[in-house]
Design a protein around this ligand. Structure first.
Ligand code: HMG
Length: 384
């Protein structure tokens, strides 16, 4: 029996920051951001959104009356959770009006959490082939104003429905994974922004990719010739290029050209949105399928999932016959183009108002808190 991703959907907020505007405000050469980092735009989260609202918006694109009663689990991967105890999945389940007889759980290991959620869903469906699992990966990547990481912020949610005989892609049983305690990136309990040693994190990412690639080839008796495309976790798009460059010499000249072209296709959405943390590698997959017209059913796409701290997994998907019908690139591109461009001043105001320890605009915050309380069905005055 084959299990995999039956449907996938993406949501990002309606506001966006142009990174040339940001570079100019920070007195940095815009080419550093556009070429050196490989980012053009960054999603900005308004005060009325959080990981739950983003997850609801992504999930509603793929959950309907026909499939909602087949779902046994909702697995919510995030490192931007809204409660230290209660899982974001239980709010998501309520807002999607799913039946009570299902499991809800939140998982965390930096950006790797989405892949653990997907693999756990795959294992469940293997044992219960007539049931489905909703996997959501949603995050807000925040480093802080005027930090080196600021250009790599972003936000959004990916929702995936995992089932037997999937329409989009089968998850192959070829995973290799590893974890190693590293202090490259973390977010203490009392901090709204991540602490990061950016250059160390980049180094660990590259090391883990090469180690896992060698292990993957050995375990599965494969070479790069078996891979039609890679989709990488993209904290910024240059990262994917750096990773692929480490192994691309193993491919023939023709294949090098095609892997590079497909890497560019996989980077397009990330360039416009930024880092999604848990959802990032799945946004790369979606971008690849939306922007490459040369892949075919039966092709193997290898995914490299990385989370700081650090944990990584390399595995492959096999594209299914109808995969192209499930990806509506025109709609996705239109939605991204319709976002409202904020000035740097507007972005900074929005950003600061969401930090608990900053001097907040009391009037705006009170209003937005009320809006969110109504959305979740909480009583006004309850802590967000
Ligand atoms: P930085 O120190 O500001 O940048 O930090 P830099 O000086 O290293 O320059 C970046 C690149 O721009 C360099 O190219 C420069 O040469 C180039 P590279 O050597 O890397 O190929 N450059 C220019 N290019 C063209 N024109 C110019 C120009 N000037 C310079 N004028 C850094 C960059 C990414 C480290 C920083 O933004 C950061 O700390 N980001 C956050 C951490 C991060 O994204 N790490 C990635 C790996 S860890 C990961 O993926 C996990 C994560 O998603 C979290 C999780 O798991 O939860 C982050």
């Amino acid at each position: 029996m084959q299990v995999g991703i039956d449907q996938i959907a993406f949501y990002t907020p309606d506001y966006v920051l142009n990174l040339t505007d940001l570079a100019q405000a920070r007195e940095i050469d815009p080419d550093k951001f556009k070429i050196g980092i490989g980012q053009d735009w960054q999603a900005v989260v308004p005060n009325y959104e959080d990981v739950v609202t983003m997850a609801v918006n992504a999930s509603r694109k793929i959950i309907d009356a026909d499939n909602s009663h087949q779902i046994d689990e909702v697995i919510f991967a995030t490192e931007s959770g809204i409660d230290n105890s209660k899982s974001a999945a239980i709010y998501l389940k309520k807002l999607l009006e799913l039946p009570d007889y299902l499991r809800t759980i939140e998982v965390k290991q930096a950006c790797y959490g989405g892949t653990y959620a997907l693999m756990s869903a795959r294992d469940y469906v293997m044992l219960h082939p007539d049931r489905k699992v909703l996997v959501v990966a949603a995050d807000i990547a925040r480093y802080g104003l005027n930090t080196a990481g600021e250009v790599t912020q972003g936000a959004g949610a990916i929702a995936m429905l995992v089932s037997a005989d999937p329409q989009l892609a089968v998850i192959n049983n070829d995973s290799v994974f590893m974890s190693r305690e590293v202090t490259d990136f973390w977010r203490p309990l009392d901090s709204d922004t991540a602490l990061v040693d950016g250059h160390l994190s980049t180094e660990i990412y590259l090391t883990m990719f090469v180690e896992l690639w060698q292990k993957y080839c050995q375990k599965n008796k494969q070479t790069i010739a078996d891979v039609s495309a890679f989709a990488f976790h993209l904290p910024y798009t240059k990262m994917g290029k750096k990773a692929l460059n480490q192994i691309i010499d193993q491919a023939s000249v023709d294949q090098q050209e095609s892997l590079t072209k497909r890497l560019l296709a996989s980077q397009q959405y990330s360039r416009q949105v930024g880092n999604l943390y848990t959802g990032s590698v799945y946004l790369s997959l979606l971008s690849l399928l939306a922007h490459d017209d040369s892949l075919q059913a039966g092709d193997q796409v290898n995914l490299f999932s990385f989370g700081s701290g650090a944990e990584a997994e390399l595995f492959s998907l096999t594209l299914q016959p109808d995969y192209q019908d499930l990806i509506n690139a025109t709609v996705l591109d239109y939605q991204l183009a319709q976002r409202q461009r904020l000035s740097v001043v507007e972005y900074e105001k929005m950003f600061k108002s969401q930090l608990y320890d900053s001097h907040q605009d009391q009037e705006t915050t009170a209003l937005d808190d009320r809006t969110i309380c109504q959305f979740y069905g909480w009583r006004a005055g309850q802590r967000l």
